[in-house]
Ligand binder design. Structure first.
Ligand SMILES: Cc1cc2nc3c(=O)[nH]c(=O)nc-3n(C[C@H](O)[C@H](O)[C@H](O)COP(=O)(O)OP(=O)(O)OC[C@H]3O[C@@H](n4cnc5c(N)ncnc54)[C@H](O)[C@@H]3O)c2cc1C
Length: 289
């Protein structure tokens, strides 16, 4: 007997990943309901007026990955009010003696600021920056055999290392600190394998697309994504914190943009025990930078 579904897909959680997923499904011709627990859309892209007259980003603020994302780049977000501001200096790592090391849009300007590490910085970053248009889909997309095998292998040889190991190729404190600060965005111990990848991707995107901030705060990205989703016919329900699987309207697929702990609490009965065990380990693992 054919089951009656209210939606083709329900997406729980409206962070950047939930919104991207909802848009992709809706624009593929499916009917999608997006449920968000908070009264405000966007998850980590929310901005709020904590003090009258001052808009602050609640979580994320600077968006190299939104600007460099192959998926976001396909969306007409400027038509929905999204405008990026590009600062001349992308990021700076200050030192106690009053000096700093900085990441600039220009690969060469950044390298020039790193003294005797100029050559090493260029050797590391130039191939990644030049190959990025080929690499982006393989690195940022769902895990699969890379289309650009050679370029991906070249990137992987540096990216799979720990940030600590990779930064040891530099001789100056400036270059080491700049790279470590970038890799720290992984929220992982810097001696863990593959933490270098985060630093490399953020720096390469800085050299290609800058580290822009959205005019009006990160909320502007969330609002533009939501408006586009709704223009496609997508439905959204805010202020609905899903507590159990049974309360989710019948759908062919339910996608969770929540943490693994919330997913297990809500849908644990529908998940294989090996998956639940692995997901609980991820939730419990202590984070240290
Ligand atoms: C302090 C901090 C600063 C950061 N700064 C940056 C930055 O400057 N630039 C950058 O690119 N990234 C930054 N990040 C990372 C970025 O915020 C995350 O990568 C991003 O928000 C993850 O998106 P997501 O869609 O996976 O989940 P989230 O953004 O976490 O969204 C999940 C959503 O699901 C909702 N939800 C959860 N459970 C339920 C439920 N049961 N029912 C209904 N809704 C539910 C939540 O309310 C939330 O809206 C930062 C992260 C932190 C912690």
């Amino acid at each position: 007997m054919q089951k009656n579904y209210e939606y083709d897909a329900v997406v729980v959680g409206s962070g950047p990943n939930g919104l991207a997923c909802a848009i992709q499904l809706q624009r593929s011709g499916l009917s999608v309901l997006l449920i968000e627990g908070s009264e405000q859309i966007g998850g980590g892209m929310r901005s709020k007026e904590f003090f009258p007259g001052y808009l602050s980003d609640v979580c994320s603020a600077i968006h190299p990955m939104a600007a460099g994302s192959p998926f976001f780049s396909q969306l007409p977000l400027t038509d929905y009010g999204l405008e990026y501001i590009n600062p001349p200096v992308l990021a700076a790592h200050p030192f106690d003696n009053g000096t700093s090391a900085s990441l600039k849009s220009s690969l060469y300007e950044t390298a020039n600021g790193l003294g005797i590490d100029k050559g090493d910085y260029l050797d590391l970053m130039q191939p990644i920056v030049e190959n990025w248009p080929k690499l982006a889909e393989d690195i940022l997309g769902p895990f699969k055999i890379p289309k650009e095998l050679i370029a991906s292998l070249q990137f992987g040889l540096s990216a799979m290392k720990s940030a600590k190991w990779l930064s040891n190729r530099f001789k100056t404190e400036e270059a080491k600190a700049l790279f470590a600060g970038m890799a720290a965005h992984s929220f992982l111990p810097l001696d863990q394998l593959s933490t270098a990848a985060v630093g490399l991707v953020l720096m390469a995107n800085g050299h290609l697309k800058g580290w822009p901030l959205p005019k009006g705060g990160s909320q502007a990205i969330a609002n533009a994504l939501l408006s586009y989703f709704e223009s496609l016919g997508g439905k959204v329900q805010m202020g609905w914190m899903v507590r159990s699987y049974g309360e989710i309207p019948p759908a062919k697929a339910v996608i969770f943009d929540t943490g693994p702990k919330q997913l297990i609490e809500i849908a644990g009965d529908h998940l294989p025990s090996i998956y639940k065990k692995k997901a609980s380990e991820v939730s419990l693992r202590p984070r240290r930078i």
